[in-house]
Design a protein. Structure first.
Lengths: 113, 112
């Protein structure tokens, strides 16, 4: 099993550009989420999904869109990139029943110039 | 807002010593989890402790949970250089036992 796969690993954008960060998992997990990690801030939840067709906002959703058309994929879209969105983005997944650990991808390092 | 806060922010020890990290949180929880992050990598789950549990062990790891004080500790015994990483606590609250809120982490350095 590949686990949680994120692409790309690195990306540089100009202010105002849009892009999609990809996340795929092969563990048939119902729950998927996106976090951003900034120095000294820990991980903050952007958006999450409890199943195909269901998404909800986390702590810092502004400037980001998500959709969940399949169980496996949960892409994160930056609509109009801003320097404040320079960060490391992590996707995670888990089962949504019981007390389950989260499985993380290796992250996408995004710089907005 | 951050639910969990780790203490200390940074810890430097010698190989073979024990390392203790603490986590405090603000609201009632369903479970508390500890994760490790090596430099440049994603988070790896270490251990999960439920709100009705007080102590849990996994290899060289020992986690305690005191819900009356809203705090948890992670003890790593006989540390190794490979334990050098950032350690995060995360809590699940309310109706969700999977939606996590993370602390800011403790950077552990184990010197050979």
């Amino acid at each position: 099993n590949a686990g949680v796969t994120q692409t790309p690993k690195f990306q540089v954008l100009k202010t105002g550009q849009s892009m999609t960060l990809q996340c795929a998992q092969d563990m048939n997990h119902e729950y998927m989420s996106w976090y951003r990690q900034d120095p000294g801030m820990g991980l903050r939840l952007i958006h999450y999904s409890v199943g195909a067709g269901i998404t909800d906002q986390g702590e810092v959703p502004n400037g980001y869109n998500v959709s969940r058309s399949t169980t496996e994929d949960f892409p994160l879209r930056l609509l109009s990139a801003a320097p404040s969105q320079t960060s490391v983005y992590f996707c995670a997944s888990s089962h949504d029943r019981g007390n389950q650990p989260q499985h993380f991808g290796d992250g996408t390092r995004l710089s907005i110039l | 807002s951050q639910q969990g806060e780790e203490d200390p922010q940074a810890l430097s020890i010698q190989e073979g010593e024990n390392a203790t990290m603490n986590c405090s949180y603000k609201t009632s929880i369903n479970n508390l989890q500890w994760y490790r992050q090596n430099s440049g990598r994603g988070l790896v789950h270490l251990i999960l402790i439920r709100s009705n549990e007080r102590e849990k062990h996994s290899g060289r790891l020992r986690v305690t949970l005191d819900t009356s004080k809203k705090s948890s500790s992670l003890l790593i015994t006989a540390s190794r250089a490979a334990d050098t990483a950032s350690y995060f606590c995360a809590t699940a609250q309310g109706r969700s036992n999977y939606k996590l809120t993370f602390g800011k982490g403790t950077l552990l350095t184990v010197n050979p």
